[in-house]
Write a protein that binds this ligand. Sequence first.
Ligand code: IPD
Ligand code: CA
Ligand code: CA
Length: 263
Amino acid sequence: MDVKQVDQFAKEILFEAGKRIRAAFSYDIEIETKSNANDLVTNIDRDTELFFIEQIKGFDSTHRILGEEGMGEKVDSLEGVVWIIDPIDGTMNFVKQHRHFMISIGVFEDGVGILGYIYDVMREDLFYAIAGEGAWYNDSSLRKLQPLSINEAVIGINANWVTPNNKINHDKIIDLVRTVRGTRSYGSAAMEIAFVVSGKLDAYISMRLAPWDIGGGTIIAKEVGAIATNFNGNAFDFLTTDTFLIANPSIHQLILDQYIEEK
Ligand code: IPD
Ligand code: CA
Ligand code: CA
């Protein structure tokens, strides 16, 4: 794969997809539910994924696409070049708030993350990385994350997890919330990851994410020294869903050891 050429192409189609999504607000968006009443999808999610598939196949028909909406072929291995795409991450924000939703793309070659993109469609802000070369926020390079203490950390977590639940020990999460400087919840995993890699958040915790939520983000994470794992401290498996913690390297292990206890 010619990395520079694919990078240029990826940015072109991201910006074009962004334009199409912004234009979609001028006509009716059709909203449906998926696995439950709060799991939303729209015609725009599907149209955007189809747009990416057509463009990528036109660029190189050997590249495969693993997209959230399943509009491409079935992908059950990461052999060759695979694009992992979430056409709209934060669909509820898209529908309800008309902002704070991202396009997330990770380009993998034989299972290794090579190019990562998180694009804030309404702000027209791009976070991206080229493996081994660095990470950028638009035209500015992102610096390595600086050490900090847990008391200084601002973390992304959904308020559900401080209430009794069957996934984790919520008392430990209460302890974490009391220990850190502040908490935030943005409603788009890709946005929260983009904030961690650029130091606007110091950690983000999720009980269940899919490959397309984090495919782009984990590639950017590596370039700035953020650590991304599941709750067992292992690398995320890009062919299934898993628990997820991304954090500044100075607090990642501490959060796993002291504050996360799965049931
Ligand atoms: C969702 C968002 C949300 C996260 C969910 C994801 P979607 O993605 O990233 O913040 O908590 O787990 O499924 O459905 O809007 O693409
Ligand atoms: Ca998503
Ligand atoms: Ca999505």
